[in-house]
Ligand binder design. Structure first.
Ligand code: PLP
Length: 255
């Protein structure tokens, strides 16, 4: 039987990001997925129009029902509120967890309320096998911890998070998009990909769910990250080929 990943996050009505992106990613890997919906959003690629958070008890109940079947790894995306973070932390199964700290949509709408970051740091980061912040998310976590982004990587690991993958897509200085995996057991691992001009949505969702899929299949962390990055780069290339034959610089993704 295929490995099965529990995806906890929001529905993006455009299909660009969120649970639909997670499920598409896992299906393309030949894996099964199950889901707990934290929020229903009405959004296009340009704007988030409405967000309706689900009651925390309903989310906990979805997780419990999903866990009646096998769950080999968990991927967590949009959480919405501190109350949802708390409910999810209590309901989580004891499995590898990839936590994508989704704070803001690429169209600029906050996807986690004010107390949410503190709750995330207190209750979910310690349960995460891997945390996958992009650079603005790392800055926000560091601000909440009251330290620099570089110090935050160590503080997050001190709090119990197994590893931190800092995604470099927002750093437009280097030629390529470099993600760095900070893992206490080994030296920092770098994952390079060419910087391609494709305004893709849901890149952070795809990367995190593909890593969760890799862990569910029994890959080690470095292999799971490099395979996930390879899949994401393939999607960038396909998008570039479909829209403009000549790839130029300027990766517009949030990953
Ligand atoms: N909407 C939902 C429900 C999401 O889960 C996410 C990201 O995880 C987003 C929006 C943001 O995606 P993007 O950065 O592509 O706008």
């Amino acid at each position: 039987m295929s490995a099965r990943v529990l995806c906890i996050g929001g529905i993006d009505s455009s299909g660009g990001a969120g649970l639909l992106r997670d499920a598409a990613t896992l299906t393309a890997m030949g894996l099964e997925s199950c889901a707990a919906v934290t929020a229903v959003t009405a959004q296009s690629d340009k704007a988030v129009r409405e967000v309706q958070l689900m009651p925390p008890a309903l989310v906990a109940s979805q997780i419990a029902a999903a866990c009646e079947g096998p769950v080999d790894a968990v991927k967590i995306g949009m959480l919405g509120s501190a109350a949802l973070v708390d409910a999810i932390a209590r309901a989580l199964p004891d499995r590898p967890v990839v936590l994508d700290p989704v704070l803001v949509s690429s169209s600029g709408r906050a996807l986690l309320d004010e107390g949410g970051i503190a709750a995330l740091l207190a209750h979910l980061v310690p349960r995460a096998t891997l945390l996958t912040p992009n650079l603005p998310e790392l800055d926000a976590l560091a601000a909440a911890l009251g330290c620099s982004p570089a110090q935050a990587i160590g503080r997050l690991q001190d709090s119990g998070c197994g590893a931190v993958l800092v995604k470099g897509g927002h750093d437009l200085t280097p030629q390529d998009a470099t993600d760095r995996l900070y893992h206490r057991a080994s030296p920092v691992a770098e994952f390079h990909a060419p910087r391609l001009d494709a305004a893709l949505r849901g890149t952070g969702c795809q990367l995190a769910s593909a890593i969760a899929g890799g862990l569910a299949q029994g890959l080690d962390m470095e292999r799971a990250v490099s395979e996930a990055k390879r899949r994401l780069t393939a999607r960038f290339r396909a998008s570039c080929a479909a829209t403009a034959p000549e790839a130029t610089r300027g990766n517009m993704s949030r990953a």
